[in-house]
Design a protein around this ligand. Structure first.
Ligand code: GDP
Ligand code: MG
Length: 214
């Protein structure tokens, strides 16, 4: 049986719903209280992929300091996938994604060295009837950055509601299904951050199955 652990970081402006998305995914729970997470932390959840494979996702959330200061290198280092979160009812949070993406690449020490680093786009709060960021715009961002970096595949985009528990799992399951740590690096666990690649076949399959993918 294959088993692997993937570090997944949630980034994006404060207030877009990162903590709520993680809570909904891990605990199937939503609370309306807006309190900054205390201390950057991670929670690990194991996912069964149905074919005997299990993947543990170690999901990192910020300490609520995203408004004021850099999240720090430890937060980003060794990440295997990154979920870029925005609020579909707040255009500024979408505009800031390019900055978040750059910050991630710099802090994680990836830079331009891996054009295929697995980013996933996640628009939250689709339960609110005041959408200002369209799916088309989200796809435009995904396409633009894929072309810019020369990535082999386009960044997938998902839309969700942490409040109603709609499509929250999709982005996480997509990552669990598509991001693979090469076996060689699994054998060297503990020797620093693992680089990753997307498994292209699983990628298109997972996309087809994932209803939240736009
Ligand atoms: P974070 O700063 O990105 O971690 O955002 P939070 O998870 O703390 O959420 C910020 C605010 O948005 C809180 O008041 C949440 O209750 C609210 N919120 C989060 N997700 C949703 C959602 O899907 N729909 C709605 N309507 N509100 C949400
Ligand atoms: Mg938070």
């Amino acid at each position: 049986m294959t088993k692997q652990l993937l570090k997944v970081v949630l980034i994006g402006d404060g207030g877009v719903g990162k903590t709520s998305l993680r809570n909904q995914f891990i605990h199937k729970r939503f609370t309306n209280a807006y309190k900054a997470t205390i201390g950057a932390d991670f929670i690990t959840k194991e996912i069964e992929l149905g074919d005997g494979k299990r993947v543990s996702l170690q999901i990192w959330d910020t300490a609520g300091q995203e408004r004021f200061q850099s999240l720090g290198i430890a937060f980003y280092r060794g990440a295997d996938a990154c979920i870029l979160c925005y609020d579909v009812t707040n255009y500024l949070t979408f505009e800031h994604l390019a900055k978040w993406r750059r910050e991630f690449l710099n802090q994680a020490g990836i830079g331009d060295s891996n054009p295929d680093f697995p980013f996933v786009l996640l628009g939250n709060k689709i339960d609110i009837d005041e959408r200002v960021v369209s799916r088309r715009q989200a796809r435009g961002f995904a396409r633009e950055h894929s072309i810019l970096t020369g990535a082999k595949t386009e960044m997938p985009c998902f839309e969700a509601s942490a409040k109603d528990g709609i499509h929250v799992e999709d982005a996480f399951i997509y990552i669990a299904k598509t991001v693979r740590i090469p076996q060689m690096e699994l054998d060297m666990v503990g020797n620093g951050p693992a680089s990753t690649r997307l498994d292209w076949e699983a990628d298109s399959e997972a996309r087809k199955r994932s209803r939240g993918c736009c």
